[in-house]
Ligand binder design. Structure first.
Ligand SMILES: NC(=O)c1ccc[n+]([C@@H]2O[C@H](COP(=O)([O-])OP(=O)(O)OC[C@H]3O[C@@H](n4cnc5c(N)ncnc54)[C@H](OP(=O)(O)O)[C@@H]3O)[C@@H](O)[C@H]2O)c1
Length: 261
């Protein structure tokens, strides 16, 4: 116990630098806050929403942590190069890479345009491989990578064909990278969340989110509720920490039992 009766926060990330992509909202924000609370200096990546990224940084700082925001569209190679250049200059190292950001057009595959596929795969697949390649020169032995997948990779979900396929590729990349990077002393894992209550979940649910969609997903989830972003952040914080030192190449399903049925 610390002074004031509060339970002391473990400091599994003291002295470490972490990049969380898509950290302006949802799971990314919760992960950035959790890693910072455990001692990491956090780079808060976002694409457009500067105010939301600044709010993540402010929340981290007001909890006593250290963070800075860095805009980069992960589907644009030059943005990635610039972001990793900034990390090299400001931090000189990167211990943890959390590849969380995603975006897609929710449509049936028959109506999906080529540019929708390019954008979806550009972030989740090409952007992930490029980010790992750019991170490698900055990652010391003991570095960890965690990719955020989704249950659309293992179950068919209406209008999720493009994203589901990209997430399935992402999980395969996790396995290959785990083997390729093990000799460097790096671990690579993933987390596969169920239905987590975030802005994009509400967007996917559309106008009927509160009246129907939310209740439908609760009914389909054996634990009888939706997930909270902090519950995925906790899995990421575990997988990227020394507590998971013998775990690599795995994508841990954290879905309240949703995909068991
Ligand atoms: N929510 C769920 O139920 C659920 C379920 C399974 C898997 N997931 C996965 O979990 C991850 C996070 O989901 P979420 O619901 O927390 O996300 P979200 O609320 O949709 O937030 C997406 C984040 O990604 C950023 N982003 C989007 N496109 C980007 C790009 N091209 N380059 C850089 N950043 C970009 C956004 O930045 P801006 O705000 O600046 O645009 C934002 O910070 C995603 O990979 C998603 O597929 C979510």
């Amino acid at each position: 116990m610390s002074r004031g009766g509060k339970v002391a926060q473990p400091q599994r990330y003291a002295g470490r630098v972490a990049l969380v992509t898509g950290a302006s909202r949802g799971i990314g924000r919760a992960s950035a806050e959790m890693l910072a609370r455990e001692g990491a200096r956090v780079v808060v990546n976002y694409r457009r929403d500067e105010a939301a990224a600044a709010a993540t940084v402010a929340a981290i700082e007001s909890a006593g942590g250290t963070a800075w925001a860095c805009a980069a569209d992960l589907s644009v190679e030059s943005d990635l190069v610039a972001m990793f250049g900034a990390i090299a200059e400001r931090e000189g190292r990167l211990d943890v890479l959390v590849a969380n950001a995603a975006a897609t057009a929710f449509k049936p595959l028959a109506a999906t345009r080529r540019h929708n596929l390019e954008k979806t795969f550009g972030i989740t697949v090409l952007g992930f491989v490029s980010a790992v390649q750019l991170a490698l020169p900055l990652m010391p032995k003991g570095g960890t990578i965690c990719a955020v997948s989704g249950f659309d990779s293992i179950r068919v979900l209406a209008d999720h064909g493009a994203l589901g396929a990209a997430k399935a590729a992402l999980e395969t990349l996790v396995r290959y990278l785990a083997v390729e990077l093990a000799p460097r002393g790096l671990r690579v894992n993933g987390v596969n969340p169920g239905f987590i209550e975030t802005d994009s979940a509400r967007l996917y649910g559309g106008a009927e989110y509160d009246s129907r969609v939310r209740g439908d997903w609760i009914a389909r989830t054996p634990l009888g509720r939706l997930g909270d972003p902090t519950e995925i952040a906790a899995v990421i914080a575990f997988l990227c920490s020394a507590d998971a030192s013998f775990v690599t190449g795995q994508t841990l399903v954290a879905d309240g039992g949703l995909t068991l049925g």
